[in-house]
Write a protein that binds this ligand. Structure first.
Ligand SMILES: [Zn+2]
Length: 142
């Protein structure tokens, strides 16, 4: 699959992670390729490599003029860094610490994503974000 282009759109630091209260960082971007534009959010707790999962939210769908959140779906991914390996898991988007409600009307469950062609695209995009978005430090929670 051909690589896409990444556009960095914003970032913020939070004093307390929604799941556990430690300081957290969130960055936003867009990934553009032949299949369209996908917005993404990555959230992690700096300095917690191996203990705190990196949360990724991907919002798929139509971003064109006249589109709305009803045209878009949220897929949630969790990355855990363990002994130099990234364990990438698609989770139920409703359980994600990243709330994309304003952007996407549908939150896809893990089982739904695994049964869609979207599954391969999700894994491909996670890899592209890991390699191309230098802010996420390759998901090592740095
Ligand atoms: Zn947390």
């Amino acid at each position: 699959m051909a690589g896409g282009t990444i556009e960095l759109t914003g970032q913020a630091d939070f004093t307390a992670c929604a799941c556990c209260g430690v300081p957290a960082r969130r960055v936003w971007g867009n990934l553009m390729d032949a299949d369209g534009t996908t917005a993404y959010v990555v959230q992690w707790a700096p300095g917690t490599t191996g203990t705190h999962a990196v949360a990724i939210g991907l919002v798929f769908g139509d971003w064109g003029e006249g589109s709305s959140r009803d045209d878009r779906s949220h897929v949630a991914v969790e990355v855990r860094h363990n002994r130099g390996l990234d364990n990438i898991t698609i989770i139920d988007a409703a359980r994600s610490p990243i709330d994309t409600t304003p952007l996407a009307a549908r939150s896809l469950a893990r089982a739904e994503v695994l049964n869609l062609p979207l599954h391969a695209r999700v894994l491909n995009y996670v890899e592209q974000i890991r390699v191309q978005d230098t802010r996420v430090s390759r998901f090592t929670s740095a």
